[in-house]
Structure formats: structure tokens, C-alpha cells
Design a protein around this ligand. Structure first.
Ligand code: FE
Length: 330
């Protein structure tokens, strides 16, 4: 009897701890990229991670509409522009964590601690190894030079990646100078902008143009399919501000029901094991500088990244969209 009572008490003490431990994630990062992480976390901690996936605007709106009743503890999405919007809409709350501050460089997280970059995505120059020598390349700004007339290929300005790139140029140079640069890019275009980074590279291979701007993981995907593609990456702006980077990242929702567990999970995501899984899944770079880059990704070379805080990608996004429109960048 005494034993039964003892074990009942013990069970009561254990059950809530074990069974209340769950987390709900709304993710704009695709299922196959996040699921292995969630499974690893559950194996390590016993905490169940439930998730739904969808596009960033849809998830953002859903959390907003659900308000205090939302199931979401964390929002995971790509691009600082999207994270900035989520914070701006009031659906994220600040997290004051020494671990997150230590593991994530300041330029890759919100100064108000409402979102945190978890992987770095580099948007860099790609070129035809058949028609361009790397010494001919220099900076993003230099792609405005007349020597690239009829040779430049870009993805559409509707894509948030390019909006963030232009927003960061505005942060560095101001609007007047940036508009001149973007206008000259448009003048140099070999053909109308493409719907994807992959199409930009396929067009270079096909000889439609010689240089473009892409996220490196798309290059990685092509290279995996065909190691002999006549393309290479170039790291621009190494003597100035550095390569334009962006993040995929996460924030704690304002009405998170499992706040403590969600913060622990965020911290776990910024540490070594998860950083590797998170970055390697999509051939990206860890945000945590202590964590090694995957050898396949590392083989494209080291580079200096732009350290202007990525909140600018959000804060200047509307200005960037208007500027690209004025410059005739479709
Ligand atoms: Fe992408």
C-alpha cells in the first residue's frame, strides 16, 4: 500500500513533466529541411514537436488571426524581411537569452531580440567559367558597369531575396546611389528577369548571359546533379562590406503557450549539433561561427559577409521595392 502510494505520487510528479512537454512550430521552411531536426530534438529530450508548414505570409496572417488562441509557440521562416514583418505585426515577443546572444552574431538577429537567424544564406555572383575570368569580377555595384552590357541575368524583383539585397544596398549607400546602380543593372540585362535562381544559372549555361546573382544553395543543387557545369561562384565586395547574406530564422510567438520549452528549443537550435543539421539540410552556412561548414559547401571558398544588421532588410524593404520599380527592374 505504501509502495503503491509512493509510486502513484512519483508518477504524478513525472507525468506532467513528460507529457506537458510539447511544442508547436509554424514553419515556412520546408518539411524535409526541418523534420530531421525536430525528430532529433524529440529523441534527445522527449519533447514532442508538432508543426505545420506553409508560406510565410499565410503563416504570419494565421498567427495574427488566431491571436491569443494560437497553438504556435515558434515561427520559423526564411528571409530577415519576413521575420522583420512578423515582429512588426506584433506576433513575436522578445527573448533575452545569453546563449542565443553568444551563439548568433549580432548582425544576424533582431536588435530587439524578437527573431534570431539560424542559418546563413549567401546571395552572391555566379559566372560562366567559359566566358568570364574571376579577375573581371569585383562587386555587386560593379555589375552596373557597361562592360556587363547584355551579359547580366537577374531573378525577378518580386522575390524577397532581391528586395533584401537592394534594401541592404540602400542601408550602405543611400537611395540615390543605389538607384543608379539598380538602373544600370537593368540596362545591362541580357534578357527579362527570371522566376528563379536556378533559371538564371540554366540561362548562363545556355549562353543567354554571362553573370548573375544567386543564393549559393541553388548553385549547390545544380552542382550535385552535374559536377561539370560551366559555372562558378564569386565572392564580391571582399574589400568593402562583404557578401550579402540573409538568414532563415525563428521567433517566439507573443502568445506562446510553451514559452520556456520554446526558448530552450531555440537555444538548442543555435548550438552545434542542430546548427549542422539546419545548415547542411539545404547547403547553407551555420550562423554559429564555432560550427564547421559542410565540406561540400566549404569547397566553394571562404568569404567575408556583410555585417550590417539584417533588420535593415525589413525596415528598408518598401523603399527597395519602390526603388526597383522606378529603376524599371521587373
Ligand atoms: Fe530559396
Amino acid at each position: 500500500m505504501v509502495y503503491t502510494l509512493f509510486f502513484s505520487v512519483l508518477l504524478l510528479a513525472i507525468i506532467p513533466a513528460a507529457f506537458c512537454q510539447e511544442l508547436v512550430v509554424y514553419s515556412a521552411r520546408k518539411e524535409h529541411l526541418i523534420r530531421p531536426l525536430f525528430d532529433t530534438y524529440t529523441r534527445e529530450t522527449g519533447i514532442k514537436v508538432t508543426y505545420i508548414t506553409g508560406s510565410a505570409p499565410v503563416l504570419l496572417q494565421r498567427i495574427k488571426t488566431e491571436g491569443k488562441r494560437t497553438q504556435a509557440d515558434l515561427l520559423i521562416t526564411v528571409d530577415a524581411g519576413n521575420l522583420w514583418h512578423a515582429a512588426r505585426e506584433g506576433i513575436l515577443q522578445p527573448v533575452d537569452s545569453i546563449i542565443l546572444k553568444k551563439n548568433i552574431p549580432a548582425h544576424l538577429r533582431d536588435p530587439d531580440n524578437k527573431w534570431f537567424g539560424l542559418s546563413v544564406r549567401a546571395r552572391t555572383i555566379v559566372y560562366s567559367t567559359a566566358r568570364v575570368k574571376p579577375h573581371e569580377l569585383n562587386t555587386y555595384e560593379d555589375l552596373a558597369d557597361p562592360k556587363w552590357k547584355g551579359r547580366l541575368l537577374l531573378r525577378t524583383s518580386k522575390k524577397v531575396y532581391n528586395q533584401s539585397l537592394v534594401a541592404m544596398l540602400i542601408a550602405e549607400h543611400g537611395e540615390t546611389k543605389t538607384e543608379k546602380i539598380v538602373k544600370s543593372w537593368v540596362n545591362n540585362l541580357a534578357t527579362l528577369p527570371f522566376s528563379s535562381d536556378t533559371k538564371v544559372m540554366e540561362a548562363i549555361i545556355a549562353g543567354q548571359g554571362d553573370v548573375g546573382i544567386v543564393n549559393t544553395y541553388y548553385y549547390g543543387r545544380l552542382l550535385k546533379k552535374d559536377p561539370s557545369i560551366p559555372l562558378a561562384l564569386f565572392w564580391p565586395n571582399q574589400k568593402s562590406k562583404g557578401v550579402h547574406v540573409n538568414v532563415s530564422g525563428a521567433g517566439l510567438t507573443t502568445y506562446a503557450q510553451h514559452k520556456t520549452a520554446a526558448i530552450s528549443f531555440l537555444e538548442w537550435l543555435s548550438a552545434e549539433k542542430a546548427q549542422k543539421l539546419f545548415a547542411d539540410a539545404n547547403m547553407e552556412y551555420p550562423v554559429n561561427p564555432e560550427v564547421e561548414v559542410h565540406p561540400f559547401v566549404a569547397s566553394w571558398g571562404e568569404f567575408k559577409q556583410n555585417r550590417i544588421n539584417l533588420e535593415k532588410a525589413g525596415a528598408l524593404q518598401t523603399d527597395a521595392i519602390r526603388l526597383m520599380d522606378r529603376a524599371g527592374y521587373k
